[in-house]
Each structure stands twice: as C-alpha cells, then as structure tokens.
Design a protein around this ligand. Structure first.
Ligand code: ADP
Ligand code: MG
Length: 225
C-alpha cells in the first residue's frame, strides 16, 4: 500500500469558529494505481492533497505513506519525505521564472545533494521523457502552458518519487495541451508510477483507473483500494 488514510479530519480555527474541512476521510491506494479524486470547488480537495503531500498535517486521524506513519513525523522528516518520495504537479506549474527548464528540473536534485554532472544528465533525461529535449535552455516565459506543465512533470519525476501527486494539472491548460498531459500521465502509470490526481472535471478524472468523489469534506465510499 502506497497510501493509507484512516479517519482523517482537518479543521481550521477562525476566530471563535472551528470550520471542519475534511471529515473522517478514509482512503487507500495500492502501489502502481492511478486514482482521481473528484469534487466541486471548496470540497476539500487541495486540503486533502496537502496532507497527502506532507505539506500540512491533519487535525486527527492516521496517515501512512509507503509504510511510514506521517502523522507522527516532525517538519524535518516531512520535508525529507516530500523530497524523496513525492512528485508534485500543480495547476499553475510553480516554476521559477528566471531559471531555464533545465535548472527548474535540476532543483530537487540540488536539494538532494546530487553532484552537478549527474544532475545535468538526469534533468536532461527527464526533459526528454516529456518530449522537451529541444527546450532545455528555454525560460518559462518562452514556453506554452502545456510545455510549462511538462517541465513541471519532469521536475516531479526527476527524483524518482514513489508517487506523483497532481492538483488540477490541466486546470490552466487548453483542451489539447490538457489531453497531452493526460496521455503523459497514462504512459507514466503504465511504466509503474503511482498517480493520484485531483480534479473537478469528469472528463479528466475518467483517465484514471479509479475515481473517488469528495463533497463537503466527505469522501464517498469506494476510497479503499
Ligand atoms: P478545493 O481544493 O476542493 O477547492 P480547498 O481544500 O482549497 O477546496 O478548501 C476547502 C475548504 O476549506 C474551503 O471552504 C476553504 O475556504 C477552506 N480553507 C482552505 N484553507 C483554509 C485555511 N488556511 N483557513 C481556513 N479555511 C481554509
Ligand atoms: Mg483546490
């Protein structure tokens, strides 16, 4: 099991009010699966993704990632898990604007202490994997939306993560570029990468092999792998 969430609750305190955002979420995923979590805006998708991505802690409940109890981890351990086990893809790419595609993709390897030569090689390899071998020296402003997202996917893969997490990966793209990103995810999943994608778009969700719905912070049954 790559992911195992049990009775995950998340609430935010605002003034005197406590706002529940996730309520007793149970969800699990096998290694190599491709799952989409679907729900309308405000249903708690990003909140859930941030917990799964070790960017945020739940208020209560247990969460195992790759066999490790993340609910018991401190901040240092959480950043280490993020760096080594998780690849992130966001709606708005989150690329550094002044750095080339190559430098953006190299960044996680720099954090991981990989020597320069190997860094270069692996970043070029990841960019080739997403079909951008002829764009390594381009800056984000010189790339289309679809190309920017492919750079972000190369960056997400370069540390060979255990799971790829994507929050609305096609949300900022036109239909054709969105389709290309979905084809890429499908290929990666067929090569063995576990993929968890969040979307409010049913057509996009249907690319996954399993779909789970969330509404008002409640994940519908079917979340168990
Ligand atoms: P989605 O990604 O499905 O659109 P979110 O997870 O971003 O939804 O948000 C779910 C709910 O949690 C929303 O009602 C939002 O206002 C609330 N929320 C998210 N982050 C915070 C925060 N930091 N403080 C207070 N409320 C928040
Ligand atoms: Mg969101």
């Amino acid at each position: 099991m790559i992911l195992e969430l049990k009775d995950i609750c998340k609430e935010y305190v605002q003034g005197k009010m406590t706002v529940p955002v996730l309520r007793d979420v149970c969800f699990s995923m096998e290694e190599g699966e491709y799952v989409a979590i679907m729900g309308p805006s405000g249903s708690g998708k990003t909140t859930l993704m941030n917990i799964i991505g070790c960017l945020d802690q739940a208020t209560s409940g247990t969460f195992f990632l790759d066999g490790e109890d993340v609910s018991k981890c401190d901040d240092n351990r959480m950043s280490d898990i993020r760096l080594r086990k998780i690849g992130f893809v966001f709606q708005n790419f989150h690329l550094l604007p002044r750095q080339s595609a190559l430098e953006n993709v190299e960044l996680p390897l720099t954090y991981a202490g990989v020597p320069k030569k190997e860094r270069r090689e692996r970043a070029v390899e990841a960019l080739s994997r997403v079909g951008l071998e002829d764009r390594v020296d381009f800056k984000p402003t010189q790339l289309s939306g679809g190309q920017k997202q492919r750079v972000a996917i190369a960056r997400a893969l370069v540390n060979r993560p255990r799971i790829l997490l994507a929050d609305e990966p096609t949300g900022a793209l036109d239909t054709k570029s969105g389709q290309q990103v979905m084809e890429l995810f499908q290929d990666l999943n067929r090569e063995g990468v576990s993929v968890l994608m969040i979307t409010h778009d049913r057509d996009i969700a249907s690319w996954a092999s399993r779909m789970v719905e969330i509404r008002d912070g409640i994940l519908k049954r079917g979340g168990e792998s």
